[in-house]
Design a protein around this ligand. Structure first.
Ligand SMILES: C[S@@+](CC[C@H](N)C(=O)[O-])C[C@H]1O[C@@H](n2cnc3c(N)ncnc32)[C@H](O)[C@@H]1O
Length: 256
């Protein structure tokens, strides 16, 4: 990750390099926005509560595993600290959803549901399907959704390898997807290709941890070079892709 970070620092640019009006507007008004919304405080208070929770659960891991913990026993506060995206990214996803107003959202990798709550509160008319393999973690996420009164979330418990195809078959189009489940090359590319079948020209896909490992870095190369992807934006910890037609294919590496 350190090697990729230095490459990123060297290649990344700011708004002065942007000639695409779409990306300029997105970067300056949405990605870099510092606007705070009252609901952020409620979500971050929930996170603080989870940070103090020493109850232990047994986790079922279908993903790339933890780099820190070697057993499947976890304190809730450890999950909250290691698995959840930090506030900066939750707020970014909130702003993207508030801006694009996607009707259908897939959230791959719920964990305790903090980012899912940001998605839910950003646009309450959206319908969110969030996918989690671990039943004990999913139970906690459900409690968190209830605590913050999120009414537009359906949680799908099971291995995404099996649940994603079933859920995709039930929807007409997928407007927004956040990929934050199994941080390996093969599942990342496979889930992307599956979701692509329901993407439209206006869909937005966000990939987490695109330089977390050599495998994820490789998966990001495949995704951004895919012929259907017209705009890709690398913000180092996350990558955004857009399918807007009638414009040249472009890749941006931007500081965030
Ligand atoms: C990094 S955490 C997600 C964090 C969450 N998106 C957030 O920001 O709050 C990844 C989650 O994906 C789940 N997961 C990984 N691989 C999975 C799979 N194949 N099927 C279902 N869930 C999976 C893990 O159990 C874990 O809870």
């Amino acid at each position: 990750m350190i090697k990729y970070y230095f490459q990123f620092l060297f290649a990344s640019k700011n708004e002065h390099s942007l000639h695409s009006p779409f990306v300029f507007e997105l970067y300056t008004k949405i990605i870099q926005s510092k606007t705070q919304f009252p609901v952020f405080l409620s979500i971050e208070n929930l996170r603080k509560k989870l940070f103090k929770n020493r109850s232990i659960i047994n986790i079922t891991d279908f993903g790339a595993g933890s780099r820190i913990y070697k057993t499947n026993q976890r304190e809730i506060r450890q999950i909250a600290k290691s698995a959840e995206k930090n506030p900066k990214f939750g707020k970014l996803i909130f702003r993207l959803i508030q801006h694009f107003k996607p009707s259908t959202i897939f959230d791959l990798g719920t964990s305790l549901g903090i980012t899912t709550i940001y998605e839910s509160k950003a646009y309450e008319s959206s319908k969110i399907s969030t996918f989690e393999g671990c039943p004990a973690t999913a139970k906690l996420a459900r409690e968190n959704f209830e605590e913050l009164d999120c009414k537009n979330i359906e949680i799908i418990v099971g291995n995404i390898d099996e649940t994603l195809a079933q859920k995709l078959a039930q929807i007409k189009q997928l407007d927004f997807a956040f990929f934050d489940a199994n941080h390996r090359y093969e599942p990342t590319v496979k889930y992307f290709e599956m979701c692509l079948k329901k993407a439209t020209e206006k869909s937005v896909f966000v990939f987490d941890d695109i330089h977390w490992s050599a495998e994820m870095h490789e998966a990001w190369q495949v995704i951004k070079n895919h012929p259907t992807v017209m705009i890709s934006i690398d913000l180092f910890y996350v990558g955004l892709v857009f399918f807007r037609k009638n414009q040249p294919k472009q890749d941006f590496i931007l500081r965030f």
